[in-house]
Design a protein around this ligand. Sequence first.
Ligand code: FCB
Length: 447
Amino acid sequence: MSFPAGFVWGAATSAYQIEGAWNEDGRGRSVWDDFVRRPYRVVDGSNGDTACDHYHRMPEDVDLMRSLGIGAYRFSVAWPRVMPSGREPVNSLGLDFYDRLVDRLVEAGIQPYATLNHWDLPAALEADGGWTDRATVGAFVEFAGQLFDRLGDRVAAWITHNEPWCQAFLGHATGHHAPGRCDMSAAYQVAHHLLLSHGAAVQAFRSSGAVGQIGIALNPQCYIAATDAPADLAARERIWANSVDLFLGPITRGAYPDELIEWIGPHRPDVRDGDLETIRQPIDFLGVNYYTAERISYDVDGSLLKARSEPYSDPGWGRTTMDWGIAPSGFTSVLVEITERYPGLPIVITENGCATDDQPGAGGTCDDGERIAYLRAHLLALRAAIDLGIDVRGYFVWSLLDNFEWAWGFTKQFGLFAIEAGTCRRLAKASASWYSAVARTNRLPGD
Ligand code: FCB
């Protein structure tokens, strides 16, 4: 059960979830710094002020990655660390941190994969409307340009935005995530501005002389119609349109999905002349973050999309502690569906993993057999997709470290390494050595 030669094995994190040092070295505030201070927004009342203290332990964390033998590391750059107000001037101490991280990764033989926007918009930009404001597009391109200039000679791959669906809808329609707005029209406008800034950043990247590749990371899950009834099939198609084609339609065809735009009626975004041409830029890869599957049915009382979603697990599998279904089969099928609908897009799995109830035992061990079972089954499903001819170039496990899981605070553990409370000491779980064997041998142990 080996993988193609040159397949990239990595681990992923994001800035707000691990860095801490929220008010050090000139870092500005992000929407998450403000959101976590509002009552009842994070279930355990925690925040990312310290998180995994990665800002201070970065060399040690790169050593962990080296000990794993992974070939790549996906991190995100905190925009307010680099540009505290969201625009120039640049905070050189902030940019220096990422410069040191990238140097250290390269020295360790680990390819840097850098995400530009993993949800931490500078609070100063939010005050002017944030992603609902068209001016934020220009600010993002300024920020991206600074990074291409400084790190573009060493970063192997760039991801413009992480999960624009979550930023648009969880951030602006349901209010579960920062900035916590509840306005459906704002959500679609944000989706459009994220796409526009993606396209403009890709253009800036192409003319920057940077050496790496560029793409975007979406979160298509496997959507299964609850029955063959036309209403359920149509509801399932609306969920696909709203989660995937809302983004890949403009990126690959230069067009939004017509039926969806008609369905959402007054919530449709303001799209100006030339926007779709800007968005439709060739990308080098599509990042796919896959976790779960959902059964979709028509629901007359449902949300705007009149669709209801329930967790689905493959037979024999339960749910993760996120209450997400576990569906390795869905991993294969979503990759096939993407390739059928958008042929020619190379895929990188930019996130996959699970939250389990890990209890570090005596002597610093942590036997997270459930994580190993999840990862193993998903890698078999990935291998099945590759056998079907799907062009998958790499895989990043979410996550290197247990970290601040957004509105779930520290109640959910996704890491290969646990973080000891109080000391922030890193403890390798059993999954770390299992994954290390995968990365080193390019095959699944025991197969
Ligand atoms: C994804 C996010 C990532 C992490 C995982 C569990 O949606 O990109 O930051 O929260 O889910």
